[in-house]
Structures are given as structure tokens and as C-alpha cells.
Design a protein around this ligand. Structure first.
Ligand code: SF4
Ligand code: SF4
Length: 486
């Protein structure tokens, strides 16, 4: 009887240097000493310059560590790599799968009325008495019919405004109708209300409990920071949102409410206090979000009061503080970082709508506005309020589902948002972790692609990716914590 296991020599790479072939990859400088190489599925290796040169010239020794690292991550294949190409193709298909599974997120703007007047508000919110800015039942019915035309297995209906609780009768109507329609369609159906929670009532909470509705709210940090940019008639927006969070948790469970923060100029010096506020209020994560150039953020010039480098400093300090909290035993995550880690390490990548190629507009989410207009993204409707209808797909009163999703202008923009064929992006090492933001580029540079050398979006992505990969490479303790977030 022969040996049951092969000896070491069986697993040793065959042939000498030069006998391997390269698989597709992009590379770029990480810092003064090192380069990062990344492939289409987010696998990456950090190399010294001479290692990169030797790799590209087919001069790496099969016995070297670098060779093994590049081989297991699909950057090269040799005579022993029987299924390397098939495996890489399978990984690519898995990540692209969500394109066929469109559209998962359906945003219903049930009213533009709002009781707040936030300085950075991205929508053209209206005062509470203007019912002309409410969605009608006819438009809601029509939007629901379109919602269930989407092939997506999971459908999330998100109510936005203005303040959706000011038009809760329509929220109730849509939830009940969607639930009834889903008896036939059998999708995994979820509901979320984006609300400042100032007007929440017991009656609303009882309804939300009956239908498993969750909330997403805004919390910008400690009281002074939050109240500085979120004026509410009678004041005390911070106190009202904390009370709302407490009531939602008591009625629906601890995880039934999540919160988002917006970085204003006055946030920049106090990221630790903002993170502490999230920890104090029992949240397990924070999304360090920069301001977007839409609506009141532009009208009040708030968006011009800090630049990408200021935000990157804020982000790096915030992440360092969050990692320190984790080292001290407090499990807490930064969500933008988690999305990028998913793109680096998870087989499915990330479904985050704002970082997709082609862009997530229309594919990831669609917006039914209060007036019946349909937009390819939430930012697209904000841009329309500023007078630019580039991302309008059609109207609930006159257009069919097919006409809206195959309209030439929309399909043309989608084609332009494929990073693989966008100038600069096509050569960028971070492509697999990035996405297209056509609305941002339309508003900042006048076309959906933009010039990436002058793009704040691009500068932010590059800054965050370089920082994250450096942490993963150079700080084993940070790496251990970050890998626990994926
Ligand atoms: S950001 Fe939200 S809560 Fe504030 S004014 Fe705009 S719609 Fe209202
Ligand atoms: S936007 Fe910038 S960071 Fe993103 S893929 Fe394009 S060049 Fe790279």
C-alpha cells in the first residue's frame, strides 16, 4: 500500500522564475516606499517597488513569500494553478450578481413639510402648513405598482421627507397596501422611516410594531453640536431626538432605530465627543458622513466651509479613537470603514448604493417624489430641486416602468458610470473598493463622470483607502479589530 499523503515536494511550485502568467490587476503608490496591487474582486497585496517590478517582469522566485501571496490572491497563475481563472471569474460574478437583482430600495417622499429647518438640509423642505407638498394616494398606489415590478428578492420601502411623520396617514396607507400586495409577490419586504422623531406618538409606534417598521434618525453629536445646525420651533432638537430614540427602543426593541450624523464645520474639532455621544446613547456604530453639496448646504454656503483634507483629518482621528475604544473593550464600528472592508474582504462585496460600478442610481434605489416625479436616486431629486432634472426618470402619472428604466438618457448615464471605462478610474488601484457618484459630479463639475484629478469625491476615496490599507499593513492590533467588523 502506497503513502496516504503526498510529501512536501508534491506541493512545491514547479519550474523556476518566469514560468508564471499575470492575471488582471491595477497598482498605485501607497506611500513613499510601497505600492498596492489590487484585482477586480478587491484582493490586494502591498509590495516594495522592487518586488512590484520583479513581479511584472516575471522574475519572482516561486519559493518567495511574495510569490505565494500573489498566487493565493489571484495575481498570477502557474502550472500548479489548475482552476485559478475559474475561481477568479466566479468571485467576479458573485460580486456583480446584485446588478441583476435590481431595484432593492424604493424611497417614498411622502411630504416635503418639516418641523425642523436644518442648515445643511439637502431637500427643499417646506413649512408645516403647506399640504401642496404632500404625496397623493393615487401617486402612492402607482409607485407601489412600480415597486413590485422590480425583480429584487428583497425590497426595502423607505419613507423620507421632509418629515414623514407629518403625513403619517399616507405612510399607514402605503404600508398596508404594500403588505397586501406582497401576499401575491412574496418578497422579503422591509419598511424604514427616516425621521427626526420629534413628532412620534404612541399610536404611530403601535402601528410600527404591528408591521415591523424600523427608524433611521439624525444625531449630530452632543447637545450643543446637534442643536447648532438643527433648529426646531421651540428648540431642543437634541432632547427631542433622544426622547424619540428612547420611545422607539421601548416599543420596538433596541435595534429598531439607527442614527446618522452629518459633519458640519463645528464637528471637525470634536470627533471624539461625537463618538462618545453615540456610545452613550447605546449605538454600536457611527457613520462619519461629510456634507453633500445639495439644497440648503449650498444656499447657506456651509458646504464650502471645509475641504476634503479637513474631513480626512476628522475621519482619521475618529477612526483612531474608535479603534482605541475597541482596544479598551468597547465594541463599536465606523460604518464607512466597514463598507470598504466588505469590498476588500467579503465575497459579495458591499451593497452600499453610493459605491457601485455602474453607479447604484436606479439599480440600487429609486425615488418616488411627493409630486409624482420619479428619480434615479435621492440626490437626483435634490438636484432637481436645484433646477437640474438630469436624473429624472419620468412621472408616475404618465410613464410606464419600462419607459422609465430604459430611457436613453438614464441608460447613457449608467454606461458612463462604469469605472472600468472611466478616465483615471480604469487605472486606479482602488477601483474595486470605489464607485461612481454621477450626481455629485454633475453638481460639482457639470457632467456625471467628472474629472477625477479635481474631484473631491475621488480625493476622499483615495485618502480613506490609503489610510485603511496602511492600518491593515502596519498595525496588527488595528487589523485584528478591523477584520472583526467584516
Ligand atoms: S434635514 Fe431632515 S429634519 Fe432637517 S430640515 Fe431637512 S428634512 Fe427636516
Ligand atoms: S474615483 Fe478616484 S479613487 Fe475612485 S476609482 Fe476613480 S480614480 Fe480611483
Amino acid at each position: 500500500m502506497g503513502p496516504r499523503f503526498h510529501g512536501r515536494e508534491h506541493f512545491a511550485p514547479k519550474g523556476g522564475g518566469g514560468s508564471y502568467r499575470l492575471l488582471p490587476f491595477r497598482f498605485g503608490q501607497l506611500d513613499l516606499r510601497r505600492y498596492v496591487v489590487m484585482n477586480d474582486v478587491g484582493e490586494h497585496v502591498v509590495l516594495a517597488r522592487e518586488e512590484l517590478v520583479a513581479f511584472a517582469r516575471h522574475q519572482l522566485s516561486p519559493a518567495s513569500e511574495v510569490y505565494r501571496a500573489l498566487k493565493v490572491r489571484h495575481f498570477l497563475f502557474d502550472a500548479d494553478s489548475e482552476c485559478a481563472l475559474d475561481l477568479l471569474a466566479l468571485k467576479y460574478r458573485t460580486r456583480a450578481d446584485r446588478i441583476a437583482d435590481f431595484t432593492g430600495l424604493h424611497i417614498f417622499v411622502v411630504t416635503l413639510r418639516c418641523d425642523h429647518s436644518c442648515h445643511y438640509c439637502q431637500v427643499s423642505r417646506q413649512t408645516e402648513d403647506k399640504s401642496a407638498f404632500d404625496m397623493s394616494r393615487e401617486h402612492a398606489e402607482r409607485a407601489l405598482a412600480l415597486t413590485f415590478r422590480s425583480p429584487a428578492r428583497s425590497i426595502k420601502i423607505e419613507f423620507q421627507g421632509g418629515e414623514p411623520l407629518l403625513h403619517f396617514d399616507l405612510v399607514r396607507f402605503i404600508v398596508e397596501r404594500a403588505t397586501a400586495l406582497n401576499e401575491e409577490h412574496r418578497r422579503d419586504l422591509q419598511f424604514v422611516i427616516a425621521s427626526n422623531l420629534a413628532r412620534i406618538t404612541d399610536d404611530m409606534l403601535a402601528f410600527c410594531k404591528q408591521y415591523g417598521i424600523h427608524f433611521s434618525t439624525s444625531l449630530d453629536g452632543p447637545e450643543a453640536q446637534h442643536d447648532a445646525h438643527r433648529p426646531l420651533r421651540g428648540g431642543k432638537s437634541h432632547a427631542r431626538v433622544l426622547e424619540g430614540i428612547r420611545r422607539v427602543r421601548a416599543a420596538l426593541g433596541h435595534d429598531a432605530v439607527s442614527a446618522l450624523m452629518t459633519t458640519t464645520p463645528s464637528s471637525l474639532g470634536q470627533v471624539e465627543a461625537i463618538v462618545d455621544e453615540y456610545v452613550r446613547q447605546g449605538f454600536r456604530s457611527i457613520f462619519l458622513r461629510s456634507l453633500s453639496p445639495y439644497g440648503f448646504a449650498v444656499r447657506t454656503s456651509l458646504v464650502r466651509k471645509y475641504g476634503v483634507d479637513d474631513w480626512l483629518d476628522f475621519y482619521r482621528r475618529g477612526l483612531a479613537y474608535i479603534l482605541e475604544l475597541n482596544r479598551r473593550g468597547c465594541a463599536f464600528q465606523e460604518e464607512y470603514t466597514t463598507i470598504l472592508l466588505q469590498k476588500l474582504f467579503s465575497a459579495q462585496g458591499s451593497s452600499y448604493v453610493d459605491l457601485q460600478s455602474p453607479a447604484g442610481i436606479g439599480i440600487g434605489g429609486i425615488v418616488y417624489n411627493y409630486d409624482g416625479a420619479v428619480y434615479a436616486s435621492d440626490e437626483g431629486r435634490m438636484l432637481a430641486e436645484m433646477g437640474d432634472g438630469t436624473f429624472e426618470l419620468g412621472h408616475l402619472g404618465s410613464d410606464t416602468y419600462e419607459a422609465m428604466l430604459t430611457n436613453d438618457a438614464f441608460v447613457g448615464i449608467l454606461q458612463d458610470t462604469l469605472l472600468e471605462s472611466s478616465p483615471m478610474c480604469s487605472d486606479c488601484p482602488f477601483l474595486a473598493c470605489c464607485g461612481a457618484d454621477p450626481v455629485f459630479h454633475q453638481v460639482t463639475s457639470g457632467d456625471p463622470v467628472g474629472h477625477k484629478a479635481f474631484s473631491a469625491f475621488c480625493a476622499k476615496q483615495m485618502g480613506v483607502m490609503r489610510h485603511l490599507i496602511t492600518l491593515l499593513e502596519d498595525d496588527p492590533e488595528a487589523r485584528r479589530i478591523l477584520m472583526g467588523w467584516v
